[in-house]
Structure formats: C-alpha cells, structure tokens
Design a protein around this ligand. Structure first.
Ligand SMILES: Nc1ncnc2c1ncn2[C@@H]1O[C@H](COP(=O)(O)OP(=O)(O)OP(=O)(O)O)[C@@H](O)[C@H]1O
Ligand SMILES: [Mg+2]
Length: 290
C-alpha cells in the first residue's frame, strides 16, 4: 500500500521508497490569484484563476527532481509554495516528515535553513549596494550570529572559492561580475548554510548556453560534494535532460506526467510531453551517473 502511494507520487513504479527517503512531499497544493488583480484593481471579489492546481510530488533525498513547462504554467508559484515563501490556498507540505504549513517563528526559520533557492536572474537577485562578501555571508550573519567574525569571513571566502571565485571577490560589487559569475555568487549564498534542499528556478536561462553549461556542471559537482537534493525548474527540456533524475511536466498549473528522466524523455506517455519533445531538434547526451 505504502509503495503504491509512493509510486504514484514519484512516477516510478519500481521505487519502493520508504517515507524516510522522501525529503520533501507536497500533496494537492493549490494557489489561485485574482484575475487582473493589481494595486489599482478594486475587483476584490472578481474572478480568480488557478496558478497551481493540485500538485502532488515527492522529492527523494539526493535526486534532481525537475519541473519543466512553458512560461506561465505555474513553476515559480509552485517553487515559492514549496519553500513556504508564499502560502498555498490548500494542500499539505512536509519536509523530512515535518508538517511545514503548521510551523511558524523559530521552528520555521530552522527549516528554512535547510532549504535554499537559486534564482533565475543573477542581475536582479543580488543587492547592487552590497559587497559580494556581505551578500554571500548574510545568511550566516542571520542564522549563525554566534559565530566569530573571522569564522564567518573564512566560511564566506571558502564557499566563494568553491564556486570558482577568488578571495578578491569579497570586497567587490555585483556589477563588477559577468552573468555567469553572478550566478555563482547566488549559488554560494544558497549553499553557505549547507542546506539539504536547493530549489533552482531557471538557474541558467538568463545565461549564454556555454556559460549555462558550466553552471550546470558546477551544480552537479556541488550536489555530489555536499549531498544536495535539487528541485530544478526550467522551461527547457534540453537543459532538464542534462540534470534530471526524474521529470515532472507541468501545464496550466498541473503535472501532466511524472517519471524517471529517461522514461519521460524517451517514452513520454502524455501527448503534451510529446509536443514539448517534438519542439526540440535533438536532445544532448545526459551526463553519466545522473
Ligand atoms: N502575485 C501574483 N498575482 C497575480 N498573478 C500571479 C502572481 N504570481 C504569478 N501570477 C500568475 O500565475 C501564473 C503562473 O505564474 P508563474 O510565475 O508561477 O509561472 P512560471 O511557470 O514560473 O512562468 P515563467 O516561465 O515565465 O517564469 C501566471 O499567469 C502569472 O501571471
Ligand atoms: Mg518562473
């Protein structure tokens, strides 16, 4: 029974997952917005549309669970709900079995340390007035105020070096770096607390293909090194094909297909997945071991 339930969540009928293998589990998550609702709209009771419409998923520890779908299908809304940055209208959410939607205050902050986000736009997501050392070290200052200043500086320099930036980056400002370097700064900031889960929302879509490929390689290395679990969001099947262990195809707020990456890419079950695949000229080879 338990395995049937897990299989339906993971899209992998052969996976006999025990609950302890599941890092993040969401059931029937929903979020709707007021249509045309803006600051100047007074249509408080106007019609609503559903951005995320009953999404159920389970992310296994150590895997890369990819969500792929066209612009506007609800990927970012889903990601933000999974990290509880926005509240779902309904549904349930568990991290390592703990009910995230019931937590608040210090208990919620403790969970947030374990879950970090890497954003799409490396230009907009870094505060231009802060030095890179402050940007990357800020999570330590917030969550580990007890650490000595030198310890914080050492950890900041170490993670910057690990993502490929030298110690001279500490004193510089984001505008002094290229797009790829800025994304590395964003990754360093996300990893400095050693989270278990990283939600990467279109981490390479603002970058040139070759720069993006290097960032994907870095993410892959860091995953192995730090034992990370990724929820990886992209509108691009060729990108997803390079990193995913499992793929969920999202359309208009729903998952239309979830399965092991090879199965979804090579034997898609859903017509929409086939349509997306049909729009891709040729998929690149996947990395071995992914
Ligand atoms: N705060 C909000 N208020 C009203 N509508 C919103 C809000 N946030 C998102 N939406 C709408 O919800 C839908 C899903 O948006 P979302 O950003 O989740 O899509 P997405 O798949 O991430 O798109 P993209 O690939 O362009 O990033 C869109 O129609 C969007 O306009
Ligand atoms: Mg988005």
């Amino acid at each position: 029974m338990a395995n049937d339930r897990t299989a339906s969540l993971t899209g992998d009928p052969s996976a006999a997952l025990s609950p302890s293998e599941i890092l993040l589990e969401a059931r029937e998550l929903r979020k709707s917005y007021r249509r045309g609702g803006g600051v100047f709209s007074n249509s408080a009771k106007g019609p609503r549309f559903t951005a995320v419409d009953g999404v159920t998923l389970a992310v296994k520890g150590g895997e890369t669970f990819a969500v792929v779908g066209e612009s506007g299908c609800g990927k970012t809304t889903l990601a933000r709900m999974l990290l509880r940055l926005i509240e779902p209208d309904s549904g349930s959410l568990r991290f390592e079995g703990r009910d995230l939607l019931r937590l608040s205050g210090s208990a919620l902050r403790a969970e947030r340390r374990q879950m970090q986000m890497v954003f799409q736009d490396p230009f907009a997501s870094l505060d231009p007035r802060m030095r890179v050392g402050e940007i990357v070290g800020e999570p330590l200052a917030i969550h580990h105020a007890e650490l000595r200043q030198t310890e914080k500086q050492e950890r900041t320099a170490a993670i910057l070096e690990r993502v490929g930036l030298g110690a001279d980056a500490l004193k510089r400002y984001p505008h002094e770096f290229s797009g790829g370097q800025r994304q590395r700064i964003g990754i360093a900031r996300a990893l400095i607390l050693r989270p278990k889960l990283v939600v990467a929302d279109e981490p390479v879509s603002a970058l040139d293909v070759s720069v993006g490929a290097q960032v994907l390689l870095l993410l892959k290395e860091l995953q192995t090194e730090f034992g990370l679990t990724y929820l990886f969001i992209s509108h691009s099947l060729p990108v997803v094909a390079q990193v995913a262990t499992r793929i969920a195809v999202m359309r208009a707020g729903r998952f239309v297909e979830v399965g092991l990456a090879d199965q979804v890419l090579q034997e898609p079950k859903d017509a929409y997945t086939r349509e997306l695949l049909g729009a891709v000229p040729a998929l690149p080879c996947r990395w071995s071991g992914s």
